[in-house]
Design a protein around this ligand. Structure first.
Ligand code: URA
Length: 425
């Protein structure tokens, strides 16, 4: 591999030049090996944040991050298709979606992450189920894909190690919200995982990384282009994250709500998004003749869920943890709830103990927020509007501070379109 000087690479990006493939290959590899120092990569990440990258640079950066570690081949007897969300509040969709799509005939290898900040993590939620285990070996993942059709587990340690280092650095250097860096981070892991097809749930609104539809559209296009360039059938749904998804935000509460959906009930927005993503996944997997809404109401998705949880040591019938303390927030007036801000509810759940402030912190399984009304629904002054769940009552004051100004009561809520559009390759 050609050698470069890190300062020259930083200067080039600082001066708005496009980096060459050789420069990118070298800098990503040298950073992974510790030859490029953290402060040098910080400067380069900030230059990328400020000056952006061309499509060719993003493709080369992603390829270099994939090459930094192992690539899995999760080929199964069925077509493999994965889903990735850019992160939201109350976003438990993976829980009903993975078993639903498996019950429809595809194999779903869903290598997931933990929450950091106001967005929840799928693994933290599933760990609320007694006995459930997130860490599986590659052989266990393959065996479960063949036997059950769905696996939700932690990414193996060797997958895109450059991204693990760089993501932690971006988190503490104000360089997370960059389309080239987010797109290459997500896609390096997904491509290394080796699924045949991928559907991205790209969120916009207060609870998302991308606050505007225009930014979410740009991110979706970047993600889809990378997937297609690597031979992965990829599409993206742009979905609203200005209001929490469903009524439950936290860990055990989101598992309980997902089980309601798998049993044919649950909040309408969670069902709508689960079915929309399932349809897109099945279409990319060549199974568009299967109707996921019918499979969901038949109970077959719930049976696959129970087998998936048991295969990873969990007991799907065990009672979920309950909080030691519940604080009720009453509605401030009577009328219709017109606004419930996703970001504020996410921060409140995080402060109650559902999320972590530092990577090494533990989360509380029972912590979270229950939204007893959603925008458009009637509320009565003094009646419960939100329930704050925690095992640490001292955390309630911080959660209440986060919720100041987060909801409004009026005459009627504006119409909300949950799935705005689909970006295809
Ligand atoms: N999720 C990722 O995996 N990476 C990012 O950069 C942002 C969200």
């Amino acid at each position: 591999m050609r050698q470069f000087n890190a300062v020259d690479v930083i200067r080039a990006k600082r001066d708005r030049q496009a980096l060459g493939v050789d420069q990118i290959d070298w800098v990503v590899d040298a950073y992974t090996r510790g030859e490029v120092a953290e402060e040098q990569m910080s400067a380069l990440a900030m230059a990328i944040y400020l000056n952006g990258m061309t499509g060719d640079e993003i493709a080369a950066w992603t390829a270099a991050m994939i090459r930094s570690g192992e690539t899995l081949s999760l080929a199964s007897t069925r077509p493999t298709v994965d889903k990735h969300s850019t992160g939201g509040v109350g976003d438990k969709i993976t829980l009903p979606l993975a078993p639903l799509v498996a019950a429809c005939g595809a194999a779903v290898p869903q290598l997931s992450g933990r929450g950091l900040g106001h967005t929840g993590g799928t693994l933290d939620k599933l760990e609320a189920i007694p006995g459930w285990r997130a860490a599986l070996s590659t052989d266990e993942i393959r065996a479960q894909l063949d036997s059950v059709g769905a696996v939700v587990c932690a990414a193996t340690a060797g997958l895109a190690p450059a991204d693990k280092k760089l993501y932690a650095l971006r988190d503490v250097t104000g360089t997370v919200e960059s389309i080239p860096l987010i797109a290459s981070s997500i896609m390096s892991k997904k491509i290394a995982e080796g699924a045949d097809a991928l559907v991205l749930d790209v969120k916009f609104g207060s609870g998302a990384f991308m606050k505007t539809v225009a930014d979410a559209r740009d991110l979706a296009s970047a993600l889809v282009s990378i997937g297609v360039a690597h031979g992965v059938r990829t599409s993206a749904l742009l979905t609203d994250m200005s209001v929490p998804l469903g009524r439950a935000v936290g860990n055990a509460v989101e598992v309980a709500e997902s089980v309601e959906v798998l049993r044919g009930g649950g909040p309408a927005d969670v069902v709508e998004l689960t079915v929309a993503l399932a349809r897109e996944m099945l279409s990319l997997a060549g199974l568009s003749d299967v109707d996921p809404a019918a499979v969901l109401s038949s109970g077959r998705a719930y049976e696959t869920w129970a087998r998936m949880i048991r295969a990873q040591g969990g007991d799907p019938d065990a009672p979920l943890p309950r909080p030691t303390h519940v604080h009720v927030v009453p509605a401030p007036a009577s009328g219709a709830l017109t606004r419930l801000d996703a970001y504020a509810v996410g921060v409140a759940a995080w402060r109650l103990g559902a999320g972590r402030a530092r990577k090494e912190d533990a989360v509380q399984a029972a912590a979270g927020v229950l939204c007893l009304a959603k925008p458009g629904e009637p509320v009565v002054e003094g009646e419960p509007l939100l329930e704050l769940h925690t095992d640490t009552p001292d955390a309630v004051a911080g959660a209440l501070a986060a919720l100041a100004g987060a909801f409004e009561v009026g005459d009627s809520a504006p119409e909300r379109t949950l799935v705005l559009e689909t970006v295809r390759g």
